[in-house]
Every structure is written in C-alpha cells, then in structure tokens.
Design a binder for this molecule. Structure first.
Ligand SMILES: [Zn+2]
Length: 638
C-alpha cells in the first residue's frame, strides 16, 4: 500500500477501504486511514475477521475461475461451484473475492492472500488474452452477447433485472469483476492487475461509446451495480479522460433527479440497485467537480437512514423500499438484505469524509454491530442474505460451496474491513468514531494510539498514547446521540473539561505525551425505538446494540441454519411472540441486567406471562427471536 500510495499521483483520499486520488477542487474535511494503519485487538470484530479469513482461504481460486476460463475458450482447472455461480449471474463472486483478498492483505500483510491475488490475476490476464477484445469475466454467453451488442446499438429492456434477450444484470456482475481488479491493483499491489483493469475498462468504453443518451438511459433501467463509481475511481487513479466519459454513460437520471430535488420516490424501487448509483454520484462530486452529487448523496442518505431503515440499520422488505408508514406490514422474513447495508456503510464513510457529523458515525455503529456483525454465522463464517425481522422467526445462512449469493460476495468483503471506520483524521485532529479494541498507527503524525475496551458490555473505553506526535493534536471522541447523559473524560487520572453532550464530539487538544491515558465513559441505558407508522410496536436498544428477545432454538431441518437457497425459510412458521403491557419507556426502565459480565436483560412479558432474556441481536445466531414487540394498551394491563 505504502509503495503504491507514493507512486499514485496527486493527494490521496482514503475512505473506507479504498484509495483514490482527489482532485484539487475537492478537499475532504476528514480522511480515513488505510486498513494497514489499524490493527484490531481481540473483540467480536476481530474474531469475525479471522473466521472470514479462514473461509476465504478455504475457497479454491480455480473453481471460482471456472467460467472465466471456460467462456474464454480455455480448459477450466477446477469444478464449477454451485448456487449463483452456476447461474446467469456467475462470476460476481470472483470480483468480490478479489476485493476481500485485497482488503485482507492490506489489513494484515499476510502473504497467503497476496499469493492468491497474484495467481488469480495471472489467470485472468491469460483469459483476457484469450477473449481477444479486452473483455475478461465470467459472464455466460447470453449476458456477454448483450453487452457486446451494445456496440451495435442493441438496447432492449424487459424488466429492471433483465434485458429483452434474457440477460440477467450483466453490468451488475461485470462491475464486481472490475471493482475486484481495481482493488487487486491498488490494495493488492498487483501491477498486472492494473493492466487487466484498464484493458477491461477500455472494453467498457468501447462497447458503450456509440450509445445515444436515450439508449444509455434505457440500458440503465437494468440493475448495473457500481459501474459509474468504479469508472470514476479509474479516472481518479489515471486522470485519463476516457474513464470520466465512460463513467458519465452510467448516470441514471430517473433515480438521481428526484433525489436532487429532495423527493422520496424510493418506495417500490429495488433498494440495492439504487444505493450504488448514489455512491457513483458521490464519486462524481469528489473526482469530477459534479456538484449535484453532494445533495443527491446527502438527500438519499437522510431519507434512507431516517425513514427507510429498521432498528438494526438495514432496510427493505423482499429487497424493495416501501412507504415508511407501512413498516409494520413489512416485518417479514425477507427484511434487510445484507448487501444494502454493505453499500449504505460505503456511502456513509464518504459522507463522513465530507462533513464529520456524529449522525453519520452513529449510523455506522448501528449498522456495523446490528447488521454486519450479526450477519456472520459463528461456526463456519457463513452469511445471511435477508436478516429476518419477522417476530418469532430466525436467521438463515449460506452454505460454503452452493450459495454464492450477492450477500455472500459482499459479505466476504464486510469482515475484512472492520478497521476502516474506527478512526478518521484531519490535519490536526484525530476522530475516534467507534469503540472497537484496536491500535492505530498514524504514520504521518507519528502517533500510536491503543484503544482497549469491552464496549458495549461495559460503557467505557480507554485510549492510551503509546507514541506521541511532535506537535499538539486534537483528539475528538464521539459522544453518541443515544448516550443517556454527558460523557466523562478522565485524562491520566484528572477530569477533563470538554463539551461532552450526546450527539457531539468531546475534544481534547494538547501536546500529547507517551503514556497519556484518556478514559471515556459513555452513559448507556435501555431505550425504545418505535417502529415507524405505529404507536404500539417498538424495539429495545441498549447503547449501540439492538436487544432481541431469545425465543428458544431455531427449528431443526435441512435448511436451518444453512441453505443453498436464500428464500428457503421465508415461509417457515414463526412462533407466537408474547405481548407486552405498560408504557414501553417504563418497561425499558424496569429491565434487569443479568448479573455477571454478559450483556443480557430479563424481560417479563404480558400475555402469556413469561420471563424472556434479551440479548444483543448479533449474538442470536441459532435462535428464534424478536426484535420488535407489540404492546397492548396500558389500561388492559393487570
Ligand atoms: Zn445481497
């Protein structure tokens, strides 16, 4: 990473896990650190990362390359995997896999991941030569013919996911390949990946160059992933105008225009199709002076986070946005596709870079603990597709070799980058956004900071300066908006005077010394969050974590907990969930924390009367649960 960073032109802006050159016109307010600058210490996040790394290493690159070689006319070296890898969307996994390997390598410098990157890239380069026109990927013949046919102006759309000839989301799939190559180049430090990436991007330019603006808009009616974003990235990396022009052909006005005007036309639209278009607009603002990208991204983010999101930070039902006030009709087993949150977090990290507000960081935390961490199955590191919020239902996970859903692909990436959003920096300020045990190495400022905590099992974190910078620096610690009181800061035994109100940054500016210890305490209590559009349905939340009621073991069966089909358990019975009496806030105040270190509470229900344990949602892996509860009017309580 460091070698490549100095080799890239211009100032570099790192947001999340990716590296991009910033234009002189755009200066971020704060920047993320590289994955290699943040080392995770033991926590559920590090454990998830290690589990995921094992899964990445258990996969066979030759099997993931099967279709790439086959459709290039070369002999495959491994058997085709099952699930989506055997269907028209085949090949997306290889792209996600390259990104995941590259992020894991950037974070850990573990050579096993670098070897895989280099092997896959060499295989892809060979396939690219065999394809002959710059294309490389694993699109089946129908999908590839559709994209090649664009060159002859053939654009006919059947529905939001298919072209008239039956091609299933070919740009969506191809975007993953192009993004994986970009990451193998930039994060995986592969010079050969750079060549393969740019040759493929040239091919994208070639097949789309002749489309009229009307034909472009028709093409964009079919889901196309982050094509615009990745092409802007390539423009930022190379300053070659060709990629800028190609990026512009993926500007989907039907979605962007209402967002620019601040109108919520999202209900009824496929959620994960739209989020990457907004990230593309955000990148246009950053790298191509397209000012409209900023209000588009900010309006979208506010609308989705404030009006369309569940308590766990996810959104959608059966993959679609719906009218916010109808949320209670959508508490189904198909809520909260995991890819959506993967993409919302990528957007959130960009917006935080523009304007470091607590609200962005609060959402990052909410979605990270309650959806992303909750999406991994702890025995084999498998992945959720939907995150069922149907009361009395349970989680369903992928299988190692026969699922390969979109959410398996984005899921592989999720657990490689927990270090991405803990800290951010401006020239003279360090933002501590997440309370995840870690060591930060801020090379440019000569600061090394160690964060130790059992948060949120305990309500404090300790920041120790183990290497001090030469000049004064502000440490800005997030005080979440949900905090139940002002935070307390103790610096090496002495109270610090600072604004510690919930929803602000507590700032300590000083010449730091090695050995300085800042102890931060954030008051936490159980609170309730009403389900939008209702007055009697709500979730319990403690600090950053959503508490779910443990309703006993999930049913045993051939599709629980693992299944090849993401829809396998959607119609499975749920168990009845007891109602609650009394005012929810009174109930929250009456919960008793279980003695000992674990984070669990006892809840007494109304009908039937029972004692139920509430636990962090991310810990309920194999149980039936409920996140949302229904109260009966207080007058009916005994
Ligand atoms: Zn997905």
């Amino acid at each position: 990473m460091r070698l490549l960073r100095s080799a890239l032109l211009g100032s570099l802006l790192m947001v999340g896990a990716a590296v991009y050159a910033a234009t002189p016109a755009f200066t971020p307010a704060v920047e993320a650190f590289g994955l290699g600058d943040v080392e995770l210490l033991d926590s559920p996040f590090k454990q998830a990362m290690e589990r995921n790394a094992e899964y990445l290493l258990s996969l066979d690159p030759d099997r993931l390359l099967h279709n790439t070689r086959k459709y290039a006319g070369l002999q495959p070296k491994g058997e085709l995997y099952g699930g989506w890898e055997s269907r028209g969307i085949a090949g997306h996994t290889l792209g996600h896999y390259l990104t995941a390997l590259s992020q894991q390598y950037a974070a850990t410098r573990d050579s096993r991941f670098k070897e895989r990157i280099d092997y896959i890239i060499a295989e892809m380069a060979e396939s690219q030569r065999a394809y002959g026109d710059g294309y490389v990927g694993a699109l089946p013949p129908t999908e590839l013919a559709t994209l090649r046919g664009l060159k002859q102006g053939k654009v006919a759309v059947k529905d939001p996911f298919t072209f008239q000839d039956g091609a299933w989301v070919p740009w969506y799939t191809q975007h993953k390949v192009l993004a994986g190559l970009r990451d193998a180049w930039v994060l995986g430090e592969s010079e050969q990946a750079k060549q393969v990436t740019l040759a493929l991007a040239n091919w994208v330019d070639d097949v789309t160059a002749g489309l009229t603006p009307e034909q472009q808009q028709t093409m964009l009616q079919v889901e196309h992933g982050g094509m615009r974003e990745v092409l802007f990235d390539l423009y930022a990396l190379t300053r070659d105008e060709r990629y800028l022009k190609t990026a512009q052909r993926f500007e989907h006005r039907a979605i962007l225009d209402p967002l620019l005007e601040g109108r919520d036309e999202l209900p009824g639209k496929h959620a994960n199709t739209q989020i990457p278009k907004v990230i593309g607009a955000a990148r246009g603002y950053e790298v191509a002076n397209q000012s409209e990208g900023r209000p588009i991204a900010e309006n979208f983010w506010r609308t989705v986070v404030r009006n369309h999101s569940w308590a766990i930070g996810g959104n959608s039902d059966a993959e679609f946005f719906f009218a916010p006030e109808t949320a209670s009709e959508h508490l189904s087993a198909a809520t909260a596709e995991t890819c959506n949150t993967y993409n919302m977090l990528r957007l959130t990290e960009r917006l935080f870079g523009w304007q470091p507000q607590v609200e962005y960081a609060d959402f990052e935390e909410r979605a990270l603990y309650n959806h992303i961490l909750a999406s991994q199955e702890p025995k084999q590191g498998m992945f959720t597709y939907f995150m069922s919020l149907k009361p009395g239902h349970f989680k369903t996970y992928s299988t190692p070799h026969d699922s390969f859903w979109c959410c398996v692909g984005s899921g592989m990436e999720n657990h490689t980058k927990y270090g991405a959003a803990i800290y951010f920096h401006a020239t003279d300020a360090l933002y501590v956004n997440l309370f995840i045990p870690s060591v930060l190495h801020w090379q440019e400022r000569g600061l090394e900071l160690r964060q130790q905590t059992r948060y949120p099992d305990e309500n404090r974190t300790t920041l120790t300066v183990t290497k001090a910078p030469n000049s004064p620096l502000s440490l800005r610690v997030r005080v979440p908006a949900w905090a139940s009181g002002e935070a307390t800061l103790i610096l090496t035994g002495k109270p610090v005077q600072a604004n510690t109100r919930p929803g602000s940054y507590a700032t300590v500016h000083r010449q730091w010394q090695s050995g300085d210890v800042l102890e931060v305490t954030i008051p936490m209590s159980v609170r309730t969050e009403l389900l939008r559009g209702t007055t009697d349905q709500f979730a319990f939340v403690y600090g950053p974590v959503v508490l779910a009621g443990d309703l006993g073991p999930a049913p045993s069966g051939p599709t629980v907990p693992y299944t090849n089909e993401q829809t396998a358990n959607l119609k499975a019975d749920s168990v009845p969930v007891p109602t609650l009496a009394r005012d929810p806030q009174q109930l929250a105040a009456s919960l008793r924390r279980v003695p000992g270190g674990e984070l669990a509470f006892k809840l007494t229900t109304h009908q039937p009367r029972k004692e139920i344990t509430l636990r962090p949602f991310h810990e309920l892996d194999y149980q039936r649960y409920t996140v949302y509860w229904t109260t009966v009017p207080t007058g009916q309580a005994e």
